[in-house]
Design a protein. Structure first.
Length: 209
């Protein structure tokens, strides 16, 4: 494996340059994929302002706002890793309400929140119109390999040891799902950008394996 260590700030600027340099009048759907231990939301949040400075409108979305209802999500218990892997997130809803209309040829009329998991009901958020050239940043786990239509993908990679070490006790039940994701999907083999984050203070861009 050949990697280039970078600061977090340099990583953000590099990704912002890559995204902003794409067609300025075309919407871009971006996945920032990784387990909670890799904190994909932090990177997606950090990209928003640099992209706006570069003239690109930004919409932030978290997959935690696209969960399935508790009756489906928790059918086999609250700590079932197979349910987390296969049935936790409403991929159909994310595709229908956000990713398809946010496509370059889509309607541009999107929902950025579908489900309020705390209240276990629809978020009842109104639709919004995406401006031309908008970049939609979606962060969350298990985003790659299931056919979700993204235009650019970033995978935050952790070694098995780092994943074990950095996963909190309340989330350790999800570890088998992430091991399965690594084995069955191997997102690091096809993501547009792979960032090794075993030490969050010292990320490294993977250039080749």
């Amino acid at each position: 494996m050949r990697v280039v260590p970078v600061s977090f700030e340099s990583l953000v600027e590099d990704l912002a340059d890559r995204l902003a340099s794409r067609e300025s009048d075309t919407r871009i759907r971006v996945a920032v994929d990784g387990p909670d231990a890799a904190d994909p939301a932090r990177l997606a949040d950090a990209l928003a302002d640099p992209l706006r400075v570069r003239g690109r409108p930004v919409v932030r979305v978290a997959t935690s706002d696209f969960l399935r209802p508790a009756s489906l999500r928790l059918e086999f218990g609250r700590t079932n890793p197979d349910s987390f892997y296969n049935g936790w997130f409403d991929e159909a809803g994310l595709t229908r309400e956000l990713l398809v209309p946010a496509a370059p040829e889509g309607s541009g009329r999107v929902l950025t929140r579908l489900w309020d998991a705390g209240r276990d009901r629809s978020a009842r958020q109104p639709y919004q119109e995406l401006p031309a050239g908008a970049i939609v940043l979606v962060s969350g786990p298990l985003l790659l390999g299931s056919g979700l239509p993204f235009d650019f993908t970033v995978h935050l990679e952790l070694s098995a040891a780092a994943l074990e070490r950095r996963t909190g006790e309340e989330q350790r039940w999800t570890l088998p799902a992430f091991h399965r994701y690594a084995d069955e999907v191997a997102p690091e083999t096809f993501a547009d950008v792979v960032v090794r984050v075993d030490d969050p203070r010292r990320p490294a861009i993977v250039l080749e394996r």
